[in-house]
Design a protein around this ligand. Structure first.
Ligand code: SF4
Length: 155
């Protein structure tokens, strides 16, 4: 089987003060088990209390971050359009733009390139295929998510 096109590496450099991938009304951030533990700890909270305060569950029960009622954007995006939990941000956020759905088809990748200036930036550097693969798997793990705490699907 031929390796996917992106295994040869893709040019990318996340741009300062951009935030376009977060500033999206209706965006959904699925959480992995380790995301919940890491972000709760950063807030000096136990996971149950943090889930109660900052998360909600989708119709099928997976935990996701809450959005602001006023504009339906992530509660952690501040007024300067920067992530207020950047150092502990969910792995799905860290994995952008290397989400399976973005890499799946030419059309999806074209739309991703149009929305993410980091993929056409002058200072972009080649991200190698193995790193892209790691991000893809992290995104998939987050999308599976968890539906209860303590989680039943801890490996
Ligand atoms: S849209 Fe791209 S360049 Fe902008 S913040 Fe997101 S990943 Fe970085």
């Amino acid at each position: 089987m031929r390796p996917p096109w992106w295994m040869e590496g893709v040019a990318f450099s996340c741009q300062d003060n951009c935030g376009r991938c977060c500033d999206e009304p209706g965006g959904i951030v699925y959480l992995s088990i380790t995301d919940a533990e890491r972000i709760a700890q950063a807030h000096d909270m136990n996971v149950e209390s943090w889930l109660e305060r900052d998360c909600r569950q989708t119709l099928d029960g997976r935990y996701i971050l809450k959005s602001r009622p006023v504009d339906d954007v992530c509660i952690y995006l501040d007024e300067k359009k920067q992530c207020s939990i950047y150092s502990v941000r969910p792995q799905q956020c860290a994995a952008f733009p290397w989400w399976s759905e973005n890499l799946a088809t030419d059309r999806a990748w074209k739309e991703t390139k149009e929305s993410c200036p980091g993929l056409t930036a002058e200072d972009a550097i080649i991200i190698d295929g193995q790193n892209i693969r790691i991000h893809m798997f992290a995104d998939r793990e987050s999308t599976k998510g968890f539906r209860s705490w303590p989680p039943r699907n801890r490996r």
